[in-house]
Ligand binder design. Structure first.
Ligand code: ME8
Length: 521
């Protein structure tokens, strides 16, 4: 048998200066859905997430907490692991940049860059924003009425002057522009690629890649007065996790280049400009795609610690349920666009899409089967055009969803699922199986069989989005764990008449508005 195709998907590694909120959850959720989808579609998947623990920002946060950086990062990193468990994320690895494997990987990359004449020693004098861990040119800054200089992100900048190693980024302008031209999907959404291209066209300056004014970082090999620039350190995590510097291993050969680096739009430049340049300079292939998703605000406001409105994922899940939160976040906003989180829209989705549309379909079909078919899969008799039309929609579903997922268009995948849910509900209303019980029980059996098949397709394809709920629906159809992957969609694996099915239980409860939590931390 041919080896399964590989799929490598990564999240940003999150700074451990703060506790996780729904923004971090969102990115990892998107990757989790992709990873689950690809596994069910027969791929050999590696899904990586982790924490970014070095640099001045984390160093400052540790000091503010009165802790040694390592003690502090151990503690905060654990919050991100806990989030992964809480959300039922299926990551295959969790990397921390303070691990030994990562130190080895970064130092090896540094040595390679140095050997390839891509790094030289100089001195840096310019602006730095600790909040962004980024250098800025004077021309990028704005000045507040109070005279404070700000980066484009709104982060305050400080003047930095120190000896520094530089990466010859200026040499990579042409190769980067070629990379974008040859791979128009290298950055998605397309509008974001345009931003990247115009930034690179504007000219690239050599990049400062070491710091000397603090110690919390990976020491530069043979020059320990310098620690590596935290972004060079952090980006390298994507190759550390597959064994770099050992590039001749099965893991590395299988998974590099990565299929998707999922990031928020705030860190696109690092992933779509610096990272491919570092890689090409080290003789490695750039990743296949960087997807930059949009930004969440909460009830119209930027989330921040000082506003106290950062949404705690735990609170959200306690209020609404894990699968419900997974669904709403990916359905509410076209993936790539900015979104505004509101409790009202969460409740509307839970009660409308989940309870009314999906939940009702499953509940009414399965309770009719329990009541009228002796709790076994009924026998299908002759099919009508209406039956065939619904089944045809089901058979086409995976192709549509697969195409959407290959562009990270989660909302389109969900739209396709809901089109089938609506079609199935329309079919129930037209066929009115409850009225056939006395007049034509054989026809009732056929209608319910067709509906159970529709639900089987829907549940199999919803697994990546709502793994628990979909699993419970498949349990209720007596579809075993070994036949829940996409290879088991289609007629050849259809439900077998006479198979006993368990007593149905509701999967998508309504959310009573009076009981809604506020969900803020
Ligand atoms: O940037 N809306 O880490 P970070 C949507 N360590 N997504 C959001 C969000 C929001 N309001 N807030 C955060 C770093 N995110 C670096 C990354 S990777 C080699 C190093 C998500 O903790 C989004 O994915 O600041 C964003 O890019 C990321 O968290 C930033 O996380």
């Amino acid at each position: 048998m041919a080896a399964a195709p590989a799929y490598y998907v990564t999240t940003p590694i999150y700074y451990v200066n703060d506790v996780p909120h729904i923004g971090h959850m969102y990115t990892t959720l998107a990757c989790d859905v992709l990873a689950r989808f690809k596994r069910l579609d027969g791929f050999n998947v590696k899904f990586l997430t982790g924490t970014d623990e070095h640099g001045q920002k984390v160093d400052k946060a540790a000091r503010a907490a009165g802790l040694e950086p390592k003690v502090f990062t151990d503690k905060v990193s654990e919050n991100f692991r806990a989030l992964a468990r809480l959300m039922n994320f299926s990551n295959d690895d969790f990397i921390r940049t303070t691990e030994e494997r990562h130190l080895r990987s970064c130092q090896a990359l540094w040595r390679t860059l140095l050997a390839n004449d891509q790094i030289y020693l100089g001195s840096y004098a310019g602006w730095y924003a600790v909040r962004d861990e980024a250098f800025y040119a004077e021309s990028e800054l704005t000045t507040t009425p109070g005279g404070e200089k700000l980066a484009p992100s709104g982060a305050p900048v400080e003047w930095v002057e120190e000896p520094s190693y530089f990466f010859r980024l200026s040499r990579w302008q042409e190769p980067l522009l070629r990379l974008y031209a040859d791979n128009p999907d290298f950055v998605l959404p397309r509008s974001r690629l345009n931003e990247v291209v115009s930034f690179v066209r504007g000219g690239l300056q050599d990049l400062s890649v070491s710091r000397t004014t603090f110690q919390w970082g990976i020491p530069v090999p043979d020059d320990p007065a310098h620690v590596m620039y935290v972004w060079l350190d952090a980006l390298t995590n994507y190759i550390t996790a597959i064994g770099y510097p050992d590039t001749d291993t099965e893991d590395f050969r299988t998974f590099w280049p990565a299929d998707v680096h999922m990031v928020g739009k705030d860190i696109l430049r690092f992933h779509a400009v610096y990272w491919p340049a570092f890689l090409m300079a080290a003789g490695l292939a750039p990743p296949k795609r960087v997807f930059a998703h949009g930004w969440w605000t909460v009830e119209g406001q930027k989330m921040s610690k000082s506003l106290g409105n950062a949404i705690d994922p735990l609170h959200l899940i306690e209020s609404y349920g894990r699968d419900q939160v997974r669904y709403v976040m990916l359905r509410e906003v076209p993936f790539g666009n900015d979104g505004d989180f509101s409790h009202e829209s969460v409740v509307a989705r839970i009660n409308g899409d989940l309870a009314n549309d999906y939940g009702n379909l499953v509940q009414r079909v399965l309770s009719m089967v329990a009541k009228n078919c002796g709790g076994v899969v009924p026998s299908p008799a002759d099919r009508t055009g209406d039956d065939a039309a619904l089944l045809e929609l089901c058979h086409r579903l995976i192709t549509t969803v697969r195409q959407a997922m290959d562009r990270q268009a989660f909302h389109e995948g969900l739209d396709a699922l809901w089109a089938v849910i609506r079609a199935a509900n329309g079919y129930v209303d037209r066929q009115a199986p409850w009225a056939l019980r006395k007049s034509d029980p054989a026809r009732m059996g056929t209608v319910l069989y067709v509906l159970m098949e529709a639900i089987r397709h829907l549940a199999i394809v919803t697994q990546p989005f709502m793994p628990e709920a979909a699993g419970r629906i498949l349990d209720q159809l007596a579809v075993g764990p070994a036949v829940r992957d996409f290879a088991h969609l289609g007629q050849d694996h259809a439900l077998v008449a006479g198979t006993p099915v368990p007593t149905p239980r509701g999967v998508f409860p309504r959310h009573e508005v009076e009981a809604a939590g506020q969900g803020t931390a």
